[in-house]
Design a protein. Structure first.
Length: 354
């Protein structure tokens, strides 16, 4: 991917499967009879947030960026139920596929996944080896690493007073994830009010669970339900979560959770009836206001959440960005998963607007 095309050529550029075509110029963008807006009134035209203040296009070092952010050993999240914590990854984590990842923006996930049926039967962990940047996009890939693994997958493996407990990562399946939290000596990237947009191509496969989302900037440990010292919250914005139906089409969810508003509260509001096609680039986004949020796919507003509606509470505290390709442990345990090895979530860019 060429890095220095003039703007007009960048918009009109066409070619490979990794082309960066602005989907507002693409007549094949997502459409739905349930759009909250009329044609031509989507976020690219009408959003109050049009000033791009930051972006990662995953093209490698850009003019003005510190080249050391690409050459340095990345930080890793070694305990995935402890948001905002990081440790320097092993040198092996800085593999050739991460040469074009800005490691001052992103921290790699390297730990057992608690999501799903743990402790009954976890099946996968996150590894830096499953993240790569090439062709102008970041890729998260599932691999079946050890079919005989099981006894040590998710098993408690000791603790450290500064870094918390560790759990075994020798699992049957591995996948990839990154986040932009400020931790471990890297600045990361947070956003308050504004528009977050990610362009992604989703994998199709019963058992994979791609996710593009944001999480509250840590205060204390920042874990919902488990941290009495958490005196403020900023919720969870699921810009995209997806599952594959038996038909092969992908069901997309865009949901807001007000985790942590009180020590025992959790209210959510979202949309889960949008069906997408695998192998197609879509723009997924959310607009954050002080009293409401709006989700969209391409130029279709899909859902709006207003503060106080059905008990949902919204505020504008800082959030950091997360991208990961999860796996549905219960689907794997029940033998319902389809072929998963090599399934990949591709993200073309992340852009923030104010």
């Amino acid at each position: 991917m060429k890095k220095a095309l003039p703007l007009i050529l960048t918009i009109l550029f066409t070619a490979t499967a990794c082309e960066k075509v602005d989907l507002q110029m693409n007549p094949k963008g997502f459409t739905s009879g349930r759009c909250l807006n009329s044609a031509g009134k989507g976020p690219s035209a009408t959003s109050p947030y049009q000033n791009r203040v930051w972006a990662d296009e995953f093209n490698g070092p850009e003019p003005g960026e510190d080249p050391g952010c690409y050459s340095r050993t990345p930080e890793c999240a070694l305990r995935l139920d402890w948001p905002g914590h990081g440790d320097r990854c092993s040198s092996a984590a800085n593999h050739a596929g991460l040469r074009d990842l800005n490691k001052c923006n992103w921290k790699l996930w390297d730990g057992f996944s608690f999501w799903g049926e743990w402790p009954k039967g976890g099946k996968f962990s996150y590894k830096p080896s499953q993240v790569s940047v090439h062709g102008g996009a970041v890729h998260f890939t599932v691999a079946r690493r050890n079919p005989q693994a099981g006894a040590l997958c998710g098993k408690h493996a000791g603790g450290d007073p500064n870094r918390g407990d560790y759990f075994g990562t020798d699992c049957e399946w591995v996948s990839g994830g990154i986040d932009s939290s400020h931790a471990g000596g890297i600045p990361g990237r947070n956003i308050k009010n504004g528009r977050i947009e990610m362009r992604a191509k989703l994998p199709s496969g019963v058992g994979v669970y791609p996710a593009l989302w944001t999480w509250m900037t840590p205060k204390g440990r920042g874990i919902p339900y488990q941290n009495p010292s958490q005196t403020s919250f900023s919720g969870e914005y699921d810009i995209l979560e997806a599952v594959t139906k038996s038909s092969g089409r992908i069901q997309a969810f865009q949901t807001y959770h007000d985790w942590g508003y009180t020590p025992t509260s959790h209210t959510q509001s979202g949309s889960g009836t949008e069906y997408l096609d695998p192998g197609v680039w879509y723009r997924f986004g959310v607009e954050r206001f002080h009293d409401k949020i709006r989700y969209y796919i391409d130029d279709c507003y899909t859902h709006e959440v207003v503060d106080g509606d059905r008990g949902v509470r919204i505020n504008d505290l800082a959030q950091y960005l997360i991208m990961n390709l999860a796996m549905e442990n219960h689907v794997i345990n029940e033998g319902r998963a389809g072929p998963l090895d090599g399934k990949t979530l591709d993200v073309d860019y992340v852009r923030l607007y104010e």
